[in-house]
Design a protein around this ligand. Structure first.
Ligand SMILES: [Zn+2]
Ligand SMILES: [Zn+2]
Ligand SMILES: [Zn+2]
Ligand SMILES: [Zn+2]
Ligand SMILES: [Zn+2]
Length: 313
């Protein structure tokens, strides 16, 4: 099989490599396997040499892992369950301020991370948008940053190297997806600001989680926007749904179309209808073509308005 990745350096790469597209679907990517029963330490060897993650009861107060260490906000099922009883059904998405937070850290090496975490309630489900904005200037200590979308996927971004080309400041870095997204980019994707902004979307097959990464050099600042769009489920602690269990423990069955932007569009749209900030209007690309979230949202608004008008007449 000839190894060829169709994506240029500023587009990241897809899960569905064209050389494998015509073949049967690939087996699901399971980085963490947790059996139904409590794992004993002696089972460690059966997990590909990796020590097994501790068994977690999804009804317990464990929180899902924030997308970055800087995010000091931990959400458990009990938090959702608690507000669920108080929320009233509304036709439009609501922000849940009790479960939303934001903050920032400035490090001694000069890097800065701003973060926010929003929970929305829409049609009986909790949605979450968690975002970090990472910023660094030239001349700062090199340090890798790790961003975690769910138990099945994370991304590591090398400390960037700055340089000059044609009198312009350039930045380059290496983006490593774990697990790798295709066989060509097993060791990561090299990005150089001369290619344009970096853009990738990772859709987990198991968790209802879409993770977006945008890297851009603006004047002399390197920016990384990392945003996760999640469906947290119903928030019913007496009957935890599969969505929550998957996000918390990694356990679950592949149920999602990884070439669909539906969840991303739904959470983005909820935030947009609440007039929130930090929404990047970008055009993503996958094997099905291009997808612009803003035009998608505008279209859905027009459809809704049309339906309202139709009902009114
Ligand atoms: Zn590929
Ligand atoms: Zn690739
Ligand atoms: Zn690819
Ligand atoms: Zn996942
Ligand atoms: Zn599902």
């Amino acid at each position: 099989m000839s190894a060829h990745c169709p994506w240029s350096a500023h587009e990241g790469c897809c899960r569905a490599h064209p050389s494998t597209r015509d073949q049967p679907p690939q087996p699901p990517i399971h980085r963490i396997e947790i059996p139904e029963q409590k794992l004993e330490p002696s089972n460690a060897a059966s997990n590909g040499g990796q020590p097994p993650p501790p068994y977690i009861d999804p009804r317990s107060s464990y929180a899902i892992t924030p997308i970055h260490l800087a995010v000091e906000h931990h959400l458990s099922l009990q938090h959702l369950d608690c507000v669920r009883r108080r929320l009233e059904e509304k036709p439009t998405p609501q922000l849940v301020p009790e479960l939303s937070a934001k903050g920032s850290i400035s490090r001694s090496d000069g890097t800065r991370i701003e973060w926010n975490s929003y929970v929305y309630f829409e049609r009986g489900r909790f949605l979450q948008r968690q975002q970090t904005l990472y910023l660094r200037k030239d001349g700062m200590a090199k340090r890798k940053e790790n961003f975690i979308s769910c138990p099945h996927h994370s991304i590591e971004i090398d400390g960037p190297t700055f340089g000059f080309q044609d009198d312009r400041l350039t930045a380059k870095t290496l983006i490593v997806n774990n697990p790798p997204r295709c066989e060509v980019h097993f060791g990561g994707t090299e990005w150089n600001s001369l290619h344009g902004d970096y853009l990738q979307m990772n859709v987990c097959q198991i968790c209802h989680c879409d993770a977006e990464c945008i890297i851009a050099l603006e004047i002399d600042n390197l920016f990384v926007w990392y945003t996760c769009y999640k469906d947290l489920g119903t928030g019913d602690a007496s009957n935890p749904d599969a969505k929550w269990i998957a996000l918390l423990t990694g356990r679950g069955t592949p149920c999602r179309d990884t070439e669909s932007f539906e969840l991303y569009a739904r959470v983005w749209g909820a935030a947009k209808s609440l007039d929130q900030r930090g929404l990047e209007d970008v055009t993503h690309r996958n094997s099905r073509g291009v997808f612009n979230v803003y035009s998608h949202w505008m279209q859905s608004q027009n459809t809704q308005n049309q339906e309202t008008t139709d009902r009114g007449t």
